[in-house]
Design a protein around this ligand. Structure first.
Ligand code: GRF
Length: 215
C-alpha cells in the first residue's frame, strides 16, 4: 500500500474527507503523517484523533523560505511517502522543494484553474460574474497554482450567491474529488505525459453543466 503525507495549515476539512474515505475503504493508502506549519491548525487534532502521526514545523522559526523548506522536506522524507498531498497548506514552496517531489506532489485549489490562481478565488469569481466556478486537483510545478490537472469539479454560480455560499458549494466538491484523485494515484492510474495527466480508467459519460439553465 502506498504511503502518503498530508500538509495542512488550518481547518483541515479536505484532510477529514481523505481520512473518511480511507475509513470507508475507498482510499487504499496509508496516511503516514499530517504535517502543519501552524501549531494551532485544527486539522492536527483531527489527525491525532484518527491515530495518525502529526508534526508541526513552524515557518516563523526559520530564517527564510529555503531553510524552512529544507526542514519540511527532511520531516516529510522521514515518512517515506509515495505522494505528498497539500490540503490547504498556505505556504509558497521553493522551486527546489517542488522539484524534489516532482510527480508526487499534488494540491487542491478552489477554482477552475487556470482561472483564479492565488487567493480569494470565490470573491474574484463573483466579481468577474462567471456563471460556472469550481475546484481543481493538480500536480504541483514551480509556477503557483499551475501544473497538470488531474480532476476538476464545476458548480453553478447563483445570482444570490455571496462568497460564503459559493465557497461552501465548491468545498463540497473538493471533498469529493480530492479522495478520488489520491485513489487514482494509489492505484497507479495516473500517467504524466508531456505535462498532461492521462487517466487509465473507464470513464462514465459526463453531462455538461450549463449555468444559468432556464426552464
Ligand atoms: C480549500 O479550499 C483548498 O482548496 C485550499 O485551501 C482550503 C483548505 O480548506 N487549498 P481545508 O483546510 O481543507 O478545510
Amino acid at each position: 500500500m502506498k504511503n502518503i503525507v498530508i500538509l495542512i495549515s488550518g481547518r483541515g476539512s479536505n484532510l477529514e474527507a481523505l481520512i473518511a474515505a480511507r475509513q470507508a475503504g475507498h482510499l487504499p493508502v496509508n496516511i503516514a503523517a499530517v504535517i502543519s506549519n501552524r501549531a494551532a491548525a485544527p486539522g492536527l487534532e483531527t489527525a491525532a484523533r484518527a491515530g495518525i502521526a502529526t508534526q508541526c514545523i513552524d515557518h516563523q522559526t526559520f530564517a527564510g523560505r529555503e531553510a524552512f523548506d529544507a526542514a519540511l522536506a527532511d520531516c516529510i522524507d522521514g515518512f517515506h511517502p509515495d505522494l505528498v498531498v497539500l490540503a490547504g497548506f498556505m505556504r509558497i514552496l521553493s522551486d527546489g522543494f517542488v522539484r524534489h517531489y516532482s510527480g508526487r506532489l499534488i494540491n487542491i485549489h478552489p477554482s477552475l484553474l487556470p482561472s483564479f490562481a492565488g487567493l480569494h478565488t470565490h470573491r474574484r469569481a463573483l466579481e468577474e460574474g462567471v456563471r460556472i466556478h469550481g475546484c481543481t486537483v493538480h500536480f504541483v510545478t514551480p509556477a503557483l497554482d499551475h501544473g497538470p490537472v488531474i480532476i476538476q469539479a464545476a458548480v453553478p454560480v447563483l445570482d444570490d450567491d455571496c462568497e460564503e455560499t459559493l465557497a461552501a458549494r465548491v468545498l463540497e466538491q473538493e471533498h469529493q474529488i480530492y479522495p478520488l484523485a489520491v485513489r487514482w494515484f494509489a492505484e497507479d492510474r495516473l500517467r504524466l505525459e508531456n505535462g498532461r495527466v492521462r487517466l487509465n480508467a473507464e470513464l462514465l459519460a459526463n453531462s455538461a453543466l450549463v449555468s444559468p439553465l432556464l426552464r
